[in-house]
Design a protein around this ligand. Structure first.
Ligand code: KG4
Ligand code: ZN
Length: 354
């Protein structure tokens, strides 16, 4: 089966073509056109501008995806498009393009949840991979051992998702204010690092002392699995006001101490939830999953506390938004009977993961 994936939920215009033969998946093309350079000067994503740029680029990106894959459009069996969550003006561009193609080609289409794409991105271990785990039972196709727990951390989301049944999701914790990536970006702005700042903070943190500033890990001790990062951001701001800006190295110490506070709470709650639900697989996904310090600490703590659990981390190029993960989600959804006609697909900015 040949699947065309389309993603325009935020500031990446992306199209990918994958081929699925049962559990064997091949990525035939995977094109991502990032708008980050255009949004940079505004310090974040401007929704209307994102929509305008998606509109400008979507056909070009689709054309490249077809050229690279050497697949003729008439061969496509399924269209998978990100229907939400995301910025509505941005989502509408991809959804409209996908629906038009589905109508013109008379092909089934499925609107997929962006966060499900991030959950499944960790399965893409190369251009060819096998997406089958150990618990495929009763003819049901399951790519990893269940129950599984996913920590989704991006610029817009911070969620702990429990997966007891294949393609069934329950959010057991989420941020009450800023997302983890948003906190990295806001602190980066205070430090004059530009946008987005996550990767820069991680680099700087390598030269800093993570114990120099005793920033709080918010909600570390709370009984639930929720997160909060806005107080931490304020703590960094207050600390900055007291510092002598001329003293060298303070930025690296701030970066390291801030990153430690974020990572400590993400790791602690993920490990606690994994233990409570006795999860056999732990997955991380989203832009912040590119942070190796976070992944290494989580791997280490899981090994200590839940040595049997498998830990899946996406390849760096699949931590950010892409259409290959959406095509994969579309394939699994189609297998579960979800694809249909173009009339049924609607963009939904607040689409729930369930
Ligand atoms: O998933 P993503 O590409 O877009 C959204 O859907 O939000 O995530 C982007 C976020 C940004 O906030 C960026 O600063 C953050 O991921 N990020 C990182 C790192 N690389 C990207 N945060 C921490 N450490 C990194 N290495
Ligand atoms: Zn995303």
């Amino acid at each position: 089966m040949l699947i065309l994936g389309i993603e325009t939920s935020c500031d990446e215009t992306a199209a990918a073509i994958i081929e699925a033969k049962n559990s064997r998946i091949s990525i035939l093309s995977d094109v991502v056109s990032s708008q980050v350079a255009k949004h940079k000067k505004f310090g974040g994503v401007v929704p209307q501008m994102a929509a305008g740029l998606h509109q400008k680029n979507i056909v070009k990106v689709l054309d490249q995806a077809f050229k690279k894959s050497k697949i003729r459009p008439s061969k496509i069996d399924l269209i998978a498009v990100t229907a939400g969550p995301g910025l509505i003006p941005a989502l509408l561009v991809g959804v409209s393009a996908a629906k038009t193609l589905a109508w013109k080609w008379q092909k089934p289409i499925v609107g997929v949840n962006h966060m499900e794409g991030h959950v499944l991105s960790a399965l893409i271990s190369g251009k060819n991979f096998s997406a089958i785990g150990g618990s495929a039972s009763g003819g049901q196709f399951s790519a990893f051992n269940l129950p599984a727990l996913a920590l989704l951390v991006s610029g817009g989301h911070t969620e702990l998702v429990l997966i007891k049944k294949w393609l069934n999701y329950k959010i057991i914790g989420e941020t009450r204010d800023d997302a983890a990536g948003e906190a990295f970006d806001k602190v980066g702005k205070m430090l004059g690092l530009g946008y987005p700042a996550g990767a820069k903070i991680e680099q700087l943190a390598k030269e800093g002392d993570s114990r120099e500033f005793n920033f709080p890990s918010p909600m570390l001790k709370s009984n639930d699995y929720d997160f909060s990062f806005s107080g931490l951001k304020t703590a960094v701001l207050n600390q900055l006001k007291t510092l002598d800006k001329k003293s060298p190295g303070y930025i690296a110490d701030i970066a390291a101490s801030f990153q430690r506070a974020v990572i400590d709470v993400l790791v602690s709650k993920t490990v606690r939830a994994a233990k409570e639900y006795k999860t056999k697989t732990v997955i991380i996904g989203g832009g912040v999953a590119a942070n190796e310090t976070l992944c290494n600490q989580l791997r280490k703590e899981l090994k200590k506390n839940l040595p049997e659990a498998k830990f899946l981390v996406p390849k760096k190029e699949y931590t950010g938004d892409n259409a290959a993960m959406m095509a994969l989600a579309g394939y699994f959804r189609r297998k579960a009977g979800a694809a249909g006609e173009w009339e049924k697909v609607q963009a939904d900015a607040n689409m729930e993961l369930k």
